[in-house]
Design a protein around this ligand. Structure first.
Ligand code: ATP
Length: 240
């Protein structure tokens, strides 16, 4: 039950001015049962597309994705209730004027009592070291502070699966370390795309995506070595 299963998944989209669809992902089959799953690969290789399939933001053109027993097309509400998604750009996720209100909004469905909700929101903000920023406009926060807030708002509701799309791009060294420690203490299944190969090294299983295909699937050090070799080949290959 506790697996993220991709069965022969392809994603193709129509492109303006062209008869041929563009293939973003091709023939992906995976059974992900590990607690920490990393996704690495070049810009535009298909990492975000793969992650967006996990909460039904992207639908397969072929094949199916089943997350902890729920199909992402037919049971999308159940999938969304189980999957927390942290976007690369926190502003595409934060909807309330302040951090406190945003975290409280996340908690509205799970905690009906107002006071309880407020106190839970405070403890979540404190855990991420941003309680002192709780009442500031989200537009006045730094990029990294917003990224921490977006993570706090998603983690507040304890989703069974946490999807993180490049969560550390804006974080300084200390907050990257905080993210690492937070992730290692989490009970839930985490699937994360990253360009930060140190973060990838903490994962139990790492997928390397290249031009819409999974070209490596295994332990973190072998995956990073594979990715480095791909980069070197593309820089030093014919025509360069
Ligand atoms: N809706 C869409 N329509 C057309 N092309 C798309 C669409 N969504 C994504 N793409 C293209 O699909 C490819 C994969 O995109 P994706 O965002 O999954 O890459 P990524 O590996 O996450 O990249 P990055 O590391 O730069 O964030 C890119 O070439 C992108 O331009």
């Amino acid at each position: 039950m506790n697996s993220i299963n991709f069965s022969n998944v392809s994603v193709a989209v129509a492109v303006d001015g062209s008869d041929a669809p563009k293939t973003l992902l091709q023939d992906v089959s995976l059974d992900l049962r590990e607690r920490r799953i990393g996704v690495i690969g070049a810009n535009g290789s298909g990492k975000s597309t793969l992650l967006r399939l996990v909460n039904g933001l992207v639908e397969p053109s072929q094949g199916s994705v089943v997350v902890h027993g729920h199909n992402t097309v037919h049971d999308v509400r159940k999938v969304r209730a189980n999957v927390g998604f942290v976007f690369t750009d926190p502003l595409s996720q934060l909807v309330m004027p302040t951090g406190r209100e945003d975290v409280e909004l996340s908690l509205r469905r799970s905690i009906k009592n107002r006071q309880e909700r407020a106190s839970r929101a405070e403890s979540v903000l404190e855990r991420f070291g941003i309680l002192h920023l709780a009442d500031q406009s989200i537009y006045e926060l730094s990029g990294g502070e917003r990224q921490l807030l977006a993570l706090a708002a998603v983690l507040a509701v304890d989703p069974a699966v946490l999807v993180l799309d490049e969560p550390s791009t804006l974080l300084d060294l200390r907050n990257r370390e905080l993210l690492r420690r937070t992730m290692s203490g989490l009970e839930q299944q985490v699937i994360m795309s990253t360009h930060d190969l140190d973060l990838a090294a903490d994962m139990d299983r790492v997928l390397v995506v290249e031009a819409g295909r999974i070209v490596f699937d295994g332990g973190p050090s072998a995956a990073v070595a594979h990715y480095r070799a791909l980069c070197a080949a593309s820089l030093d290959g014919p025509g360069r």
